[in-house]
Design a protein around this ligand. Structure first.
Ligand code: GYE
Length: 331
């Protein structure tokens, strides 16, 4: 009954707004207003990448579920499971289900125009979280993302500061075409060019997979490939690489022959930095739940929001890490 009431309210408002030529934004506001008037729960559709592609993703999904439940939102979460086309069709379904807000974490950064246009037509605010998508500003309401180019630049600067006698780098990339992979990979590729470093291997691991990373490094060792740096685009792949080095009796980390660079900075990974197994871990913070709740509440209240927000992130290496930092880690 309530749904029907809010639908009638939306349609009446939409027709009256359309009759007087109101924009999508006003339609959005009308929709939010109707939802509030009808006292309905705010329904948020989340288009997530994969359920458990990494420890980072697990923490990210948990953050959304917990924060949205605490905010009294109704959450509709769908997963792409590694398939971009599936993510697109799931997103279209959420629009047809008339969610009040659409939050997208894209497997791929490209190919979201149609979904964004459909959301705009329906008056549904399109919000990007975690990964910035290739969309013009008129096609999304706001974003809360990580700056992957900046993350990569931190790692390259750190690597340069190590002043190694030689640089033979193995790049274990994330899912091809994701903005996280694109940003982090471009940084090391540009850094290698600028510093005349050698990238001896550069491949993306489907699903950011730890086992694939381990196998890739084991194959390199078996082939006799010389390398002294592992640039792993997330913690799980870095751990996979270390397992292959352990199996081959090759030393790594603070006192070892191979430098280990990672991204995400999960608690267990920072313990590895503290224990001298990982040399550097560049933070990528998954706790987007509260950030998106704050954003949606502002939009629902008709308040102005920051269009393009980047999460403030740090980096941790064997020289700066402390047990207290590890113990205080929230994910
Ligand atoms: O680095 C990786 C996850 O989008 C930043 O996706 C995220 C990446 C993160 O699976 O672990």
């Amino acid at each position: 009954m309530k749904k029907l009431l809010s639908l009638v309210l939306v349609l009446t408002l939409a027709f009256s707004l359309a009759a007087c030529g109101k924009t999508a934004t006003e339609t959005t506001a009308a929709k939010a207003d109707a939802t509030a008037k009808a006292g309905d729960k705010i329904v948020v559709g989340i288009v997530q990448t994969n359920a458990n592609e990494s420890d980072w993703r697990t923490a990210n999904t948990k953050s959304f579920n917990e924060a949205f439940a605490a905010a009294g939102f109704e959450t509709k979460m769908v997963f792409g499971e590694g398939d971009h086309a599936k993510q697109i069709s799931e997103a279209q379904l959420l629009i047809q289900e008339e969610v009040d807000y659409l939050v997208v974490l894209g497997l791929q950064s490209a190919g979201w125009e149609d979904v964004a246009k459909a959301a705009k037509e329906a008056g549904i605010p399109f919000i990007m979280a975690d990964r910035k998508l290739e969309l013009s500003e008129d096609l999304y309401t706001a974003m809360v993302c990580s700056d992957f180019a900046a993350e990569g630049a931190k790692a390259v600067d750190w690597l340069k500061a190590q002043a190694l006698a030689s640089y033979n780098i193995v790049v274990l990339g994330g899912d091809t075409g994701s903005s996280a992979q694109l940003g982090r990979s471009k940084a090391i590729e540009d850094g290698a060019k600028a510093n005349s470093w050698t990238i001896v291997f550069n491949q993306n691991m489907k699903g950011w997979d730890e086992t694939l990373a381990k196998q890739a490094v084991a194959d390199l060792i078996a082939a006799g490939t010389k390398f002294n740096v592992i640039y792993a685009e997330n913690d799980n792949m870095a751990r996979g690489a270390c397992a292959a080095l352990d199996a081959a009796g090759i030393t790594y980390g603070k006192t070892g022959d191979v430098k280990i660079i990672s991204f995400d900075a999960n608690k267990w990974a920072l313990q590895n930095v503290f224990d001298g197994k990982f040399n550097l871990d560049v933070e990528c913070n998954p706790l987007h739940g509260p950030r998106i709740v704050e954003l949606i509440n502002k939009l629902a209240a008709g308040e102005a929001v920051e269009k393009n927000a980047y999460v403030k992130e740090e980096m941790f290496d064997t020289a700066t890490i402390t047990q207290a930092i590890v113990d205080a880690r929230a994910y």
